[in-house]
Design a protein around this ligand. Structure first.
Ligand SMILES: [Zn+2]
Length: 146
């Protein structure tokens, strides 16, 4: 697997339908990805991190949140290889690999595998974040073996 966009032609869309809705309060998250940064919501009140950004308030205590850059370090929990297209227009050609990771910040997230093959993976292996440009101007989180 490479860090290149899929081999099917994809028209440029700043936020295509196959990604979660882009909320104004979550713009820092989306704007950080092209810079190779993963931002997490953080609650100053209860010290909880949250991912994905689905609510502007803390999912634990409902306090306002701020953004913190993640360390980019994670451990691999599990993975699955998608052999069929499940999301119309998704730019990664099948088969592609989706990872369940536990971030150093203590929360879990889903991301795509980058720069490696499923045969390279092992449970609890250290992984590193990298931003993936899957279509022109469209970035999603990826992780590669550390
Ligand atoms: Zn909280």
């Amino acid at each position: 697997m490479t860090n290149e966009p899929g081999d099917r032609p994809v028209e440029h869309d700043p936020h295509p339908d196959y990604l979660p809705p882009r909320k104004p309060w979550a713009e820092p998250y989306w704007e950080a990805l092209p810079d190779g940064k993963l931002l997490l919501q953080h609650c100053e009140q209860c010290n909880a991190f949250a991912y994905p950004p689905v609510d502007e308030r803390c999912s634990v205590c409902k306090s306002p949140t701020s953004w913190r850059e993640a360390s980019g370090q994670a451990r691999l929990w599990s993975w699955i290889v998608f052999h069929h297209e499940f999301f119309a227009g998704y730019p990664l050609p099948a088969p592609y690999t989706v990872l369940m990771l536990e971030l150093a910040e203590g929360i879990r997230m889903l991301a795509t595998l980058a720069g490696a093959e499923p045969a390279d993976l092992a449970c609890d292996a250290p992984m590193e974040f990298l931003s993936r440009e899957v279509a022109p101007g469209v970035f999603i989180p990826g992780f590669a073996p550390a």
